[in-house]
Write a protein that binds this ligand. Structure first.
Ligand code: HGY
Ligand code: MN
Ligand code: MN
Length: 401
């Protein structure tokens, strides 16, 4: 079996460089198709070419580095777009780790390994947009019609950096397995003082946009009993959701109203409209189904009780997925060899492109600790020694595949 030697300086230098695109304090602002994301993708393509890999981009903006040869190979990667306020490692770590393992394997004449940076994993348009199109869960035409919170369509936003090859599909059949390394984005490893997580399953996610429309009016002259105030509606809605979910959830179930837009959002105006996004996650499909019913029944009841109009849109769903048992054992053996006793098997509460890859090939994931369990925040960080250790485990596993 080949030994793939990781160049830790090169790995960390590329991670530090990627951080500069859209840098904002200790974090990044690098949403899909933004100037910063285009610059990052252009630089990434240059690094892929310098590594001796063939650069390929697909029509939605997924960026691949392909090794010479035609047989199906291992694909390692993640995403390099960020949340509206993102950490420097979310996704970026997995892309640079994939690049480092792919080029180190090429240097060692090891297994053929490709790298990918998926587009819009963070859901400017929908959850895991780029890998959903690549895996065939969403057609390109469907994706192009999606709109972001400002109403801009993906078709309008989608731009490819100049100097890259013409976009062309990169078929999933070109790959035989998918590996993704990612920061945990939660507190488990950091609290336990462990350094590696071997992921066994990824939760499912559902989300929907809701629009409550009432009557915009004067905040001083409109008696309370005559108001049709969508902010009052939203407050009651979240309270009722919490009460009804409490009867069916487990401690691992999560739900979030993370986006709220009040119109016209002025202190002396009774709001006329509220847009919000509701998102819920669990490892069990039956529970997700029941939560979907509650999300919708509760919204309708609140709207009719206050005299609000209700519009639903943008329903998105990614099913719970399982990592390939054989790949999980390969990662576990590598973790035990490189970090004996300092690792654990665990679920992923965050969604990852690996979920979409699982529809087309065997997949598995590794985690490294997030300091204080923080992510989707400029405060997101991981010890540099942990970043290197994670890639050493990944390389050891890849060499044995
Ligand atoms: O939200 C998620 O789970 C992922 O980080 N986009
Ligand atoms: Mn991510
Ligand atoms: Mn994320």
């Amino acid at each position: 079996m080949t030994t793939i030697r990781i160049d830790s300086e090169r790995l960390l230098a590329d991670l530090d460089k990627l951080r500069t695109f859209g840098r904002c304090g200790t974090g990044v602002v690098r949403p899909a198709y933004s100037e910063a994301e285009l610059d990052a993708r252009r630089w990434l393509a240059e690094r892929i070419a310098e590594a001796g890999l063939e650069v390929a981009v697909d029509p939605v903006g997924n960026l691949f580095g392909l090794p010479p040869g035609d047989d199906a190979c291992i694909l390692i990667g993640s995403h390099s777009d960020s949340q509206p306020e993102g950490g420097w490692l979310d996704g970026a770590y997995g892309v640079i780790a994939g690049l480092e393992v792919a080029r180190a394997s090429l240097e060692a004449d090891g297994p053929r390994i490709a790298v990918v940076s998926f587009q819009d994993e963070e859901g400017r348009f929908t959850t895991l947009t780029g890998s959903s199109v690549w895996a065939g869960q969403l057609t390109l035409a469907q994706a192009q019609r999606l709109t972001d919170d400002e109403g801009i369509s993906l078709a309008e936003a989608c731009r490819q950096p100049e100097g890259l090859p013409a976009p062309a599909d990169v078929a999933p059949e070109r790959f035989r397995s998918f590996l993704e390394i990612h920061i945990e984005q939660g507190p488990v490893l950091d609290t336990a003082g462990e350094r590696i997580g071997v992921v066994e399953n990824i939760v499912g996610i559902r989300s929907e946009r809701l629009r409550f429309t009432g009557q915009q009016n004067h905040a001083g002259t409109t008696p309370m009993h005559l108001r049709r105030d969508p902010v009052q509606g939203l407050v009651r809605y979240v309270n009722d959701l919490n009460a009804r979910f409490a009867e069916i959830v487990t401690p691992a179930t999560v739900w979030t109203v993370g986006h709220v837009a009040v119109h016209p959002n002025a202190p002396s105006i009774v709001p006329g409209q509220v847009d919000c996004t509701v998102q819920w996650r669990d490892a069990d499909t039956t529970r997700l189904d029941r939560m979907t019913e509650i999300v919708r029944e509760t919204a309708s009841e609140i709207a009719s009780s206050i005299g609000l109009e209700l519009e639903r849109s943008g329903y998105a769903t990614i099913a719970p997925t399982h990592c390939d048992p054989a790949l999980v054992e390969t990662l576990a053996e590598a973790a035990e060899a490189v970090a004996p006793g300092a690792w654990r098997r665990m679920p992923s509460g965050a969604l990852h492109d690996a979920a979409n890859a699982s529809y087309r090939m065997p997949m598995a994931m590794l985690f490294v600790p997030s300091k204080r369990g923080i992510s989707h925040s400029f405060e997101e960080d991981t010890e540099r020694a942990d970043l290197v250790l994670g890639v050493e485990v990944l390389a050891k596993a890849a060499a044995s595949l």
